[in-house]
Design a protein around this ligand. Structure first.
Ligand code: RB5
Length: 145
């Protein structure tokens, strides 16, 4: 599985650690920047990552900024992107089970690396609970005008 990852300056350090962790666990990682702690604008990176997901260059995306909020707001502007801001194993699990989230957003100034890793492990191992009800609700989201 290929995982796309991107951050702004606030999430840069955590991105480096997560990228190493994922590669160590045999995942293919598509690193879309940023490349340092120099200040950048998070919407640019959210956009880059979402485009790569929609073009099927990766199956799952991970976006990291200071709070995770800006990245999630930006990513959810894209149709067929379901970006979930998660803070722990439970939110990461529910994001996959009920929301079929394809992008995980993390706040590097909010959670520590251990918690981020738990969110990622849970997100990656949990499948969508495709029982009709959740799919219907996601379909309703897609049809919001
Ligand atoms: C950058 O200072 C900060 O605003 C950004 O990383 C993020 O938290 C926005 O939601």
């Amino acid at each position: 599985m290929t995982i796309a990852i991107a951050s702004d300056h606030a999430g840069y350090k955590m991105k480096v650690d997560i990228k190493n962790f994922l590669e160590h666990n045999e995942y293919k990682v598509l690193d879309l920047g940023t490349k340092s702690e120099e200040s950048v604008d998070y919407p640019d990176y959210a956009q880059k990552l979402c485009k790569n997901i929609l073009e099927k260059k990766a199956e799952i995306g991970i976006l990291i900024c200071g709070t995770g909020i800006g990245m999630s707001i930006a990513a959810n502007r894209f149709k067929n992107i379901r970006a979930a801001l998660c803070h722990n194993k439970t939110t990461a699990e529910m994001a996959r089970l009920h929301n079929n989230a394809n992008v995980l957003c993390l706040g590097a100034r909010i959670i520590d690396y251990k918690t981020a890793k738990e969110c990622i492990e849970t997100f990656l191992k949990t499948d969508f609970e495709d029982n009709g009800r959740h799919a219907r609700r996601i379909c309703k989201i897609d049809n919001i005008k």
